[in-house]
Design a protein around this ligand. Sequence first.
Ligand SMILES: Nc1ncnc2c1ncn2[C@@H]1O[C@H](COP(=O)(O)OP(=O)(O)OP(=O)(O)O)[C@@H](O)[C@H]1O
Ligand SMILES: [Mg+2]
Length: 408
Amino acid sequence: MRTSASPAPESVLVVDDEPSLRTILAFIVQRVGAVPVLAPDAATARQLAAKHSFACALIDKNLPGENGLDFLKWLRSVQPGCNALIVTAYGNVDSAIEALRLGAFDYLLKPFEVDGLEHRLKLALDQWRLRQEHERMQAMLVQADRLASLGLLAAGVVHEVNTPLAYILSNLDWLDEELPSLREGLKRQGRQGTGTELTSLAERLAAVESTLRDIREGAERVRHIARDVKAFARREDDESVLVDLREVLEAALKMALVHIRYRARVVRDYQDVPLVKANEARLAQVFLNLVVNAAQAIPEDGGDHEIRVRLWTGPNGEACAEVTDTGTGIAPEHMAHLFEPFFTTKRSGEGTGLGLFICKSIVESVDGSITVESRPGKGTTFRLGLPPHVRAARATLSAERESSAAAS
Ligand SMILES: Nc1ncnc2c1ncn2[C@@H]1O[C@H](COP(=O)(O)OP(=O)(O)OP(=O)(O)O)[C@@H](O)[C@H]1O
Ligand SMILES: [Mg+2]
């Protein structure tokens, strides 16, 4: 199954027991560019509303069984964002007040004029869209704020770590210089000392050298991690530079190592890919979200799992990137919601549901696209297409960057 980040048309629930009216209402819904979902009674409508979310609902007040106002009350409790319009042939002031009190968006009398109802439905849909946009902006603000504080915190920690790290590394350099002369001195002494003494001292010195090599390796890793975190925490948020996706993807993989390590092996398939003009830290965040999601979709059961990362040049010269996992896959009913803010299937505390929403915002800010394909039980692929800055071979990267820096 495949889906993309482009918004799906809104769904409108139509609840009316008269087949001919349902047909007319469905026609009006289609005229305003939305998708009608039809129900002949409240019981069917409840089942539908339990599974799908609706932007609006057109509800007949006099339904068989449960009446329209009781259904409205229930609908408002499960989908408070859905704008409901009550349509009735038996209107009176009391029931209109009751409907509005229960949160109906509008109250319309039958027989209605198609144009009039279409207009009212359009208003309801517009208001729903505005509210969605408002919520989206608020979520982005909260996330931007969170990221800004995280960035500051990370930058502070990196700064604190870098000072003692520089001290450790310069002392290791000094030991590297000192050790050969110690070894030489030992050899000279050995000419006077006994063979056993010499062997024991030489062995101890070799052990010291090997331990120091381990310490250097560890310190170098800390230095790399600090450098990567610094790249993520960079504050000049709007700075766009020429980015090599290989480097960004590698940085993201390194950051995600702790999530990947015991779940899957990483397979790289890097072909020539053009440079992209973007904010490096933000692009790294996109890859980090995708790779962490991939790892989280793979059970830690020791199975033979893989996360495959691919880079290549698309048919129109665009920079393409893919993250594929052999994890659980995504249920078909979740596909349409993946890029919505706060959509998550993870336990509370494990996921906020903002990862893909942010990926989409970042990718769209550079006029790129993000799509997903998934097979439940088999795995998932997220694919990015980013406009190329220039078609440049990797070898010319520094030259490209220099000329871009000179130009800016
Ligand atoms: N590779 C994947 N395999 C299976 N499901 C995925 C994959 N990527 C995303 N999903 C599904 O999409 C949902 C939304 O992902 P998203 O990254 O937006 O949020 P999250 O991972 O739940 O939380 P957050 O990223 O904010 O910590 C996930 O909860 C999961 O159900
Ligand atoms: Mg996520």
